[in-house]
Ligand binder design. Structure first.
Ligand SMILES: *Cc1c(COP(=O)(O)O)cnc(C)c1O
Length: 520
């Protein structure tokens, strides 16, 4: 057990590290990302037989295949806690087929109604168990505080994931006034004794820069160590412990499609993913590499189409780009960090090339891959983007023709799947959020409004919960179909209302005040 070790994409780590350390460290020294030294492989029969197991056990099988340095008992406990009745269906991520060839993999049945739960219900448990292992081996003597800067979705999924997990506490910063009513209430009402939430005066960039400055402050780190025996850590999607749980649902979905008779055993599928930080689609790549019969990966972008352009031209260029506001904010990303792992794999693990491209990205705001890497990428990927109006139109069209209501992120992927699909090849579309997380834009879509249009005054005055009820009623759906975690928000007490400045000093004070309180 635990033979598989982790190397880093920039070749900075002399000796490969075990899974537990990769999880606790997050980022490799030198700024690179951890990838497993060897990729597991499963036969199609082994993959299809997963359908007989509950989802939690499928996850444990895949983690075992990745040969992590945790025991079977630890894995069984972690996965049964992560994928149990915190989800609203025992299937965890069911598939809804919209026609013979388009299959929606619904990744939003978890506690916060967005796909990030699939990873963030598991990562905190990996983290807690891994840190305890390292403390047992005397390789670590601190507990951890997770610090997260969020534009909305990640913060809530991280709070819910780390809530009451042993040996870890969590503080989340969001831009004050910059998140929706639903997003604010999801965070401000968070339960748990080890959590806190701060609004920050400024925008998301201010939050993120503030967090980075605090992370990079060595004096503060030793201060926290001496005063509280606490080290800071992050929970973002560059952590391998967040990526590996995402591989599971692609392998599992293939087994589900065969078991339900939707596809023939051995026949290939395409997978279409609405992409931001490239984590979710990269997980599909690792699923393919393990032996899942996936033919091509379809990368779907919104108007921030840097990835689509990269896949179509081989040049990653953010010098001339401005950040565009879209109805799918969780894909509004210019620097897509997990792409680094994909390039590492496509170049045959050429850490030197990766280091050079990443330096170009920092210094020249762009890089161009060599012909060979570009050709390999074109074999694996196809990409397309969807503009804001087309996104909203797609929500309305699919609702009118199929009576299936999608959130804007999912709609981007659905439209790209339609654009790029080939006859006879089934497409699995990653559906990444429940529509009620983005009720205001779903309302716009169903009423034929555009993103820039103001909502009618009486609608704009509604709380997020009331707006969702209105959308459900107008769509002829029972309001009981809105997930409990979203429909109850108006009734829960607001616990966190503190607003702080975005500078490093203010964040440091807030962290210390929270840790003082935790120590009491
Ligand atoms: C985070 C997120 C995405 C993008 O996923 P990446 O792994 O960053 O590519 C897409 N849709 C929703 C709803 C998300 O929350």
């Amino acid at each position: 057990m635990g033979e598989n070790r982790y190397v880093d994409t920039r070749g900075a780590v002399a000796e490969a590290i075990p899974f537990t350390k990769a999880v606790v460290d997050g980022l490799a020294p030198g700024g690179g990302l951890c990838v497993p030294e060897t990729s597991p492989s499963l036969t199609v029969d082994e993959i299809c037989s997963l359908a007989e197991l509950p989802y939690a056990q499928r996850a444990a099988r895949i983690y075992r295949a990745f040969d992590v340095d945790l025991t079977d008992d630890q894995l069984a406990r972690i996965t049964s806690e992560a994928y149990g009745n915190n989800f609203d269906t025992p299937d965890i991520c069911p598939i809804t087929s919209l026609d013979a060839d388009i299959h929606m993999l619904e990744l939003w049945h978890g506690p916060t109604s967005a796909f990030k739960d699939m990873a963030l219900q598991c990562l905190p448990r990996f983290f807690s168990v891994s840190a305890a292992e390292l403390r047992n081996r005397r390789q670590l003597d601190d507990t951890h505080m997770i610090l997260v800067a969020t534009s909305g979705d990640t913060g809530k999924a991280a709070l819910e994931g780390f809530c009451d997990v042993d040996g870890v506490s969590i503080g989340v910063m969001y831009p004050d006034g910059g998140v929706s009513d639903i997003q604010f209430k999801q965070m401000a009402t968070q339960r748990g004794g080890n959590v806190t939430v701060w609004g920050v005066r400024g925008n998301f960039d201010d939050c993120q820069t503030g967090a980075k400055n605090v992370f990079n402050d060595d004096a503060f780190a030793s201060n926290l160590h001496e005063r509280f025996h606490v080290a800071l850590s992050s929970a973002n999607s560059i952590n391998w412990g967040r990526l590996m749980p995402q591989v599971v649902y692609y392998v599992s979905a293939y087994a589900q499609l065969v078991a339900s008779g939707s596809i023939e055993r051995e026949s290939e599928i395409d997978v279409c993913v609405p992409t931001g930080n490239f984590g979710n689609i990269l997980a599909a790549y690792y699923a393919k590499r393990m032996g899942t019969p996936i033919r091509r990966l379809l990368c779907a972008s919104n108007e921030n189409r840097v990835l689509t352009d990269f896949i179509n031209t081989g040049t990653y260029d953010i010098a001339e780009r401005t950040f565009v506001k879209t109805p799918s904010p969780s894909m509004d990303i210019l620097v897509s960090s997990n792409l680094e792992r994909q390039l590492f794999e496509l170049t045959g693990r050429n850490a030197q090339a990766i280091g050079g491209w990443m330096a170009d990205l920092r210094e020249k705001r762009g890089f161009r891959v060599d012909r060979d890497t570009f050709a390999k990428m074109r074999e694996l990927y196809a990409a397309d983007s969807v503009d804001n109006e087309e996104c909203l139109r797609t929500i309305r069209e699919v609702f009118e023709t199929q009576h299936y209501l999608m959130d804007p992120h999912t709609a981007v992927a659905y439209k790209v799947a339609e654009n790029l699909r080939e006859d006879g090849v089934p497409v699995l579309v990653a559906s990444t959020a429940h529509w009620a997380k983005f009720g205001n834009n779903v309302y716009r879509a169903l009423h034929g409004l555009s993103l820039a249009d103001e909502l009618p005054a009486d609608v704009a005055a509604l709380t997020g919960c009331a707006l969702n009820r209105l959308v459900a009623e107008e769509a002829g759906m029972p309001t009981s179909r809105i997930p409990a975690g979203l429909s109850e928000l108006d009734d829960l007490p607001i616990r966190f209302t503190e607003v702080i400045d975005g500078n490093a000093g203010a964040i440091r004070s807030a962290v210390c005040a929270f840790l003082d309180e935790q120590a009491r």
